[in-house]
Design a binder for this molecule. Sequence first.
Ligand SMILES: *[C@@H]1O[C@H](CO)[C@@H](O)[C@H](O)[C@H]1NC(C)=O
Ligand SMILES: *[C@@H]1O[C@H](CO)[C@@H](O)[C@H](O)[C@H]1NC(C)=O
Length: 302
Amino acid sequence: MRPYLLLTAVLPLTQGIRIVQTHYNGWAEANLRTLFNVLSNSGHQVVLSAPALAYDSNRIFDEELEIVKDGCVHNSCPEGSPPIGANATDPRLNYVNSYTQVAVRYGIRAMGPRLWHGKKPELVLLGPDFFNALGFFQYFSPSMRAAMSVATNEGIPAIVFDGATGSPTPWHDPTPLHSKIYAELAADITSTIIRSGRPLLPPSTIIYVNFPSVTDRRCNDTSQFRYILTRNEALEINDDVGAFWCDATNFPFDTDVIARQNECFVAISPGDAIDAAESLAMSVQEEFINKLRPILSCLPEI
Ligand SMILES: *[C@@H]1O[C@H](CO)[C@@H](O)[C@H](O)[C@H]1NC(C)=O
Ligand SMILES: *[C@@H]1O[C@H](CO)[C@@H](O)[C@H](O)[C@H]1NC(C)=O
């Protein structure tokens, strides 16, 4: 048994909750594993279930799962491995030889409950993905589709994280700076949502978060980032339904916020989980403002 003191030391401000994590580029990605470690170290019960391979599409149909013929991404499992597998020493780390949506569903229905005495996750986190998906391009993001399916079909709140910087990196490589920073920012947003109370997100909504680029020379420290509540540019503009926030009745576009290269702005776009092109009702926008208020900033005038 672990000493009691150690246990309380890793449960700081937030109470630990049950989280399933996934990544469309596979279970062995540095971005995914870094966030897994940060969340686990801060007291959450995290189970990872992600594709065996680093490819994806928006296909949602189920195929019969097959063995991993050529082995998993980054040589993370041998040739001919079973269709579903876990790390030999850590049952929290799982792959499924299928798409993000299928892998995350296994995590929610099978791997998570197996480790949590039959209980389901309270939250699903996707990413941090590579390349920002802004405006219209969000509709093509496999993570966005998976998040919408998690929220609508499984009834579990889901958040997608997406970073401008990043490329496929094996979990055992030295952790890149952007992976560390994105993981800390993602954990910060996650604990703000948890502290805001239940339901964690308004029913039938998701959050799509875009992080700006991180290099050695800019946005190299989490203290430099500011969180901005945004909306998707591809949404029909409907000024009638905009909640009043930051002296305006509509959130700024995610595209414009990420385009500001002089500072490190994170674009947080709440969205409808059933119809991605639908604007959120004013009362729902207000719920998001209230939930995220402790960390939000207003976008300064140019
Ligand atoms: C499996 O887990 C061990 C211990 O946590 C770790 O050292 C190893 O890199 C992991 N392998 C994979 C493929 O996740
Ligand atoms: C980190 O970024 C700041 C500018 O935001 C820069 O002044 C500083 O030199 C950078 N640190 C390193 C180690 O490059």
